[in-house]
Design a binder for this molecule. Structure first.
Ligand code: CIR
Length: 256
């Protein structure tokens, strides 16, 4: 059965120096005013969908700190602090512990493990953990052991392209995976209904399924048409400044 509805989300406002964060994009030009507007619209959308959103203040110590999905993974009643794989992001979780402690028991990935939440895709009671530049075997095994304690199963998936597993594939409920052709061809995903993205629309892979609604980034008309032809309400959000920093919709919140 698909997972239960989300009641809560945690977000962090982007800091004025957010464009100093990590990115592989050539042309940054990321604009703080626009970023703040896009972030506020995202928060408003989560609230509209019924989530109680805890909004943390910007923290200029971590220019990527608004990508709260990466330093934490929720599994049942436990929030796992992950040791993100980029050195500049390693300690982001510390700034979240007080907030998290109000919602969940805390657990931690320990060295030499490292892992980014963007590499973790939950489907029903199974956690797919991507092995990428940001997530290593030791991190995956530690997270796997922790989610097993909570009654979940897990497996690893190699991530040869893109930043994270969820940069290329996401679960939309009802056994549907949306993603790039190469990821959906992986044997791990053989039993899913696969919706392959047009090659020019691959960033739309980071579409977010929340409480039977779909949040997708603006600018991907073929994917939008396909999703709108389905029965789940589709909400399109402008993510231009987020995408300039290699992020997407899922990275901007922790949902539980
Ligand atoms: C980074 O490179 O870590 C950030 N600029 C982007 C993180 C995006 N997070 C995600 O997809 N879960």
């Amino acid at each position: 059965m698909d997972q239960t509805f989300f009641k809560n989300a945690i977000v962090r406002k982007p800091a004025p120096n957010f464009a100093a964060g990590l990115t592989t994009q050539d042309n940054r030009g990321a604009n703080y005013t626009l970023m703040s507007q896009q972030h506020a619209a995202y928060v408003a959308k989560l609230q509209e969908l019924g989530l109680a959103v805890t909004i943390l203040p910007a923290n200029a110590e971590f220019p990527d700190g608004h990508f709260v999905e990466d330093p934490v993974v929720f599994a049942g009643g436990t929030a796992v602090l992950t040791r993100p794989g980029a050195p500049s992001r390693l300690h982001e979780g510390l700034s979240l512990t007080e907030t998290l402690a109000g919602f969940a028991d805390l657990a931690r990935i320990e060295a030499p493990g490292f892992l980014d939440g963007g590499d973790v895709m939950r489907v029903r009671d199974h956690f797919y953990i991507g092995l990428s530049d940001r997530t290593n075997e030791a991190g995956a095994e530690q997270l796997g052991a922790l989610v097993s304690e909570q009654g979940f199963t897990w497996s690893t998936v190699a991530v040869p392209a893109g930043l994270h597993l969820k940069s290329s594939v996401n679960y939309l409920g009802d056994n549907v995976l949306l993603g790039t052709e190469s990821f959906l061809a992986l044997p791990e995903f053989a039993d899913f209904e696969k919706w392959v993205l047009p090659p020019e629309e691959t960033p739309a892979a980071n579409t977010l399924w929340i409480n039977e609604n779909l949040l997708m980034p603006a600018g991907y008309p073929k994917t939008e048409a396909r999703l709108r032809a389905w029965r789940k309400p589709v909400h399109v959000l402008d993510m231009s400044e987020v995408e300039k920093m290699d992020g997407g919709l899922s990275c901007l919140s922790l949902r539980f």
